[in-house]
Design a protein around this ligand. Structure first.
Ligand SMILES: Cc1cc2nc3c(=O)[nH]c(=O)nc-3n(C[C@H](O)[C@H](O)[C@H](O)COP(=O)(O)OP(=O)(O)OC[C@H]3O[C@@H](n4cnc5c(N)ncnc54)[C@H](O)[C@@H]3O)c2cc1C
Length: 466
């Protein structure tokens, strides 16, 4: 292994090899001599679904900013995904989502291509690249069970773990830095309390959404689009996404707010989709060949753990990805937010290890603020989501409703809306005077001439993609 002088520590350990853990490991590999990723699932070389990432069986959108960052961290990865069969959408007539005007205007929209790997393919490709890094070791099939500290409990010194299959007792690795990327169920918050620290406050907006999905093969040519998304609306708690994936497969996901407990069947899915989808999609789905059983996943709430607000925090520990903040998945943000957090981590690591956690949580909070505002703002535009709607939220949502109306007619507004939803531009881009002027003009025009075939007015403010 080549030792470079700019390394700031000997050993970093990442807990969890999901997208968050893998992206964190990539940037840590430039800053530490050795990086170990500990994952409880047994990981294969291929693009398989696995127990620790149940969401992998449901549609996963990779937003353009996330794709851009992944290609920066793993040069050529997007081309590799395409070579492995992932669709790439450069012709936006292949992409259909609400407001329907975006589809009609799509030939005139200017936006970067949309890469559409399935979650298992994306994760397997990134994992392969991480495993190929000379100073990274991925230790799969091992459960992380605890942390140890120095006597003063001011610094995390090692990670305890055990093999999943033979229970041969606990092992420990010492570490200069431990990154908890174990997802929504991550342990950092509980460990802090056990060590005598305060747990972080949690911001939460309950959505109680369930994802119901099935992998399908469609008759060739039956659906000319590559990505179709129609999100829930004020008068309908259902949405659906139909994504083309590798090997001529399609994944259909129906999303439902406040759904019943049982797993619905395919007939149920078709009934929900029939309420919203164009005729050719309904016909193609009715005629589809099922490739797997119907599966369901429940997602209770947007949850943000405010590590950035703690006043005491041990050295040698960070929290990353969904463990830090997880969002209503219908906006397709989680993996791209993890990618932006990876850039934030890289930036703070370049300035050494001093006060690392404080600097990282502050930088990550800048990323999360934007994503949270988009996701929670859009959720609160739906009348069946409970939660306070202070004046700023109501004003922003009223403006975004107008942006969406304008986007029905104006490709410049449509493109700007998409760029903000994809994290390519910050939300204030929608408030630029030139965009505001277009929104006003288009809204006045829409009052005089209703948009042609727009089926339902969209109340939300962020494109619903995942
Ligand atoms: C239904 C659904 C749909 C989604 N759709 C999208 C989408 O369209 N686009 C998007 O960008 N994001 C989407 N997301 C979010 C996205 O999946 C996550 O944000 C992203 O994977 C980052 O998660 P993570 O790596 O932080 O955590 P996770 O993906 O949860 O990974 C955590 C890892 O830690 C491991 N682990 C857990 N406990 C232990 C332990 N004790 N010891 C060792 N290992 C452990 C797990 O096995 C797992 O590998 C969706 C999420 C859901 C639930």
């Amino acid at each position: 292994m080549t030792r470079t002088t700019n390394r700031i520590g000997e050993h970093a350990i990442v807990l969890g090899a999901g997208m968050g853990g893998l992206l964190a490991a990539r940037v840590l590999a430039d800053a530490y001599h050795r990086v170990t990723v500990i994952e409880r699932d047994q990981l294969s070389e291929s693009a398989d679904n696995r127990r620790g990432v149940p969401q992998g069986r449901h549609v996963h959108a990779l937003l353009p900013r996330g794709a851009e960052i992944m290609d920066e961290l793993f040069p050529g990865i997007l081309d590799e995904l395409v070579a492995a069969g992932a669709p790439v959408i450069a012709d936006f007539t292949k992409l259909r989502f609400l407001p329907d005007g975006l589809h009609r205007l799509s030939t005139r929209m200017k936006a970067p291509p949309v890469y559409q790997p399935s979650r298992p393919l994306l994760e397997a490709s990134i994992r392969q690249r991480v495993r190929a890094l000379p100073n990274v070791r991925v230790l799969d099939g091992h459960d992380v069970i605890g942390l140890t500290t120095d006597d003063a409990r001011g610094r995390i010194t090692s990670v305890q773990f055990q093999r999943r299959d033979d229970g041969d007792g606990a092992h420990a690795f010492s570490a200069d830095l431990v990154v908890d990327a174990m997802g929504r169920g991550a342990r950092a918050s509980a460990w802090l309390t056990e060590l005598g620290y305060d747990a972080p406050a949690e911001d939460e907006v309950v959505v109680n959404i369930r994802y119901v999905s099935r992998l399908l093969r469609l008759r060739p040519g039956a659906v000319p689009e590559t990505l179709i998304v129609h999100g829930p609306e004020a008068d309908s708690p259902y949405g659906y996404g139909l994504f083309a994936y590798e090997n001529d497969t399609w994944l259909l996901t129906v999303q439902q707010f406040d759904g019943d407990r049982g797993v619905p069947d395919y007939e149920w899915m078709l009934d929900r989709v029939a309420d919203k989808a164009p005729g050719h999609v309904v016909a193609a789905l009715a005629d589809a060949e099922p490739l797997a059983d119907v599966v369901m996943h429940r997602f209770p709430a947007n949850r943000r753990r405010r590590y950035d607000r703690l006043t005491r925090f041990p050295e040698g520990l960070l929290v990353f990805g969904d463990a830090l903040c997880s969002f209503n998945p219908i906006y397709g943000q989680g993996m791209s937010v993890a990618a932006m957090e990876a850039l934030a981590l890289r930036k703070v690591l370049r300035r050494g290890s001093n006060r690392l956690a404080w600097r990282f949580f502050a930088k990550a909070a800048e990323v999360i603020d934007v994503a949270w505002q988009l996701a929670v703002g859009a959720d609160l535009a739906l009348p069946f989501i409970k939660g306070p709607r202070p004046l700023p939220v109501r004003l922003v949502n009223a403006y975004v409703a107008k942006v969406l109306t304008a986007a029905e007619h104006d490709p410049v507004v449509a493109t700007q809306f998409l760029r903000v939803s994809a994290f390519l531009d910050k939300p204030p881009a929608l408030m630029r005077p030139s965009i505001v002027a277009r929104v006003i003009t288009a809204t006045q025009r829409a009052r005089r001439v209703p948009a042609p075939v727009t089926p339902v007015a969209a109340p939300g403010r962020s494109a619903k993609l995942g």
